[in-house]
Design a protein around this ligand. Structure first.
Ligand code: URA
Length: 297
């Protein structure tokens, strides 16, 4: 093996280990693998991601955007949670560093724009500010009931200025479609707004610098639900050291939002078997909204 090949193998091994780290793995343990039977919904999610790989512009199916905007006429069957009492299904309440705002739509748009302009000028992380092509703020519905938090922009996002537009983003779009939604129904952002060189993990300092922006976006959009995609999002938002596998299947509370933690789409690209777990997590969240994703439409 020559030096170039060796370097390529080393890069692949490091990337794989980072995947495991992102998925919350902190040590190895010898276990017998248990492979549950995939449900029809799992099969559908896998089928759609395979189909999208060959037909990236396949039209969305079952789009029901009305479920994801706030007008009361569309959500009358979904009672709002009480903001004071903690429901028994909530695993932990994390005090948010902000007061959620309840702004009219045009004010949300204005406030997000003000924050985005501030982010564009940001040089808190010297390395990131000097290597980024542009900042990647966030996109989506300023009145979304669900807000997604990823890790950090990658090369595609750095180029296009939008979160989740690369391969992981394509898979995220498939998951959104499987949930009968459109990308525009959700608000999507990341722990970081600049690409870490080489797609390395965000450092705690970088995440700390960007926290004001993340909290600002959450406060303005004021979602009912937050999905943390991967352990970087989960650990940062909830200040938790638990592995992502242990954070799945329960609600945390951040401010007034219920938070679900699941695997990052990049992890799913390398470990498609985990798609069934993410599908379970989506069903868990939607069940709480009064929507049965297993039901035929
Ligand atoms: N991965 C992320 O976590 N965020 C993005 O925006 C893209 C890839």
């Amino acid at each position: 093996m020559d030096e170039l090949e060796l370097a390529a193998v080393q890069r692949a091994v490091v990337q794989r280990l980072e995947d495991f780290q992102r998925a919350g793995l902190s040590h190895w343990k010898r276990i017998q693998p248990v492979v549950p039977e995939p449900t029809p919904a799992d099969a559908e999610l896998s089928r759609r991601s395979a189909a999208t790989a060959s037909a990236p512009h396949a039209p969305p199916v079952h789009a029901t955007p009305s479920l994801f905007t706030e007008p009361s006429v569309q959500v009358t069957s979904m009672p709002k949670r009480s903001t004071s009492a903690v429901p028994p299904s909530v695993a932990a309440v994390v005090p948010a560093a902000f007061t959620p705002l309840n702004l009219p739509r045009d004010e949300r748009v204005t406030q997000l724009k003000v924050l985005q302009d501030k982010v564009k000028q940001c040089t808190r992380c010297q390395e990131l500010a000097s290597t980024r092509t542009q900042t990647v703020f966030g996109v989506g519905n300023p009145e979304a009931r669900i807000l997604f938090v990823g890790e950090a922009p990658g090369a595609d996002e750095d180029k296009q200025g939008e979160p989740f537009v690369g391969r992981a983003g394509q898979l995220l779009n498939d998951i959104i479609k499987a949930c009968r939604l459109k990308r525009e129904d959700i608000y999507i952002c990341n722990v970081l707004r600049c690409r870490p060189p080489g797609n390395r993990l965000p450092s705690p300092e970088e995440a700390g610098h960007c926290r004001e922006y993340l909290d600002g976006q959450i406060a303005i959009v004021n979602p009912d639900y937050i999905v943390c995609w991967g352990s970087t999002a989960a650990k940062n938002l909830l200040a938790s050291e638990a592995p992502i596998g242990k954070m799945r299947g329960k609600f945390f509370e951040y401010g007034r939002a219920k938070v679900v933690c699941t695997y990052h789409p990049s992890y799913l690209l390398r470990n498609p078997a985990a798609k069934k777990d993410v599908w379970e997590d989506m069903k868990f969240l939607f069940q709480d909204m009064g929507i049965d994703l297993s039901a035929k439409t």
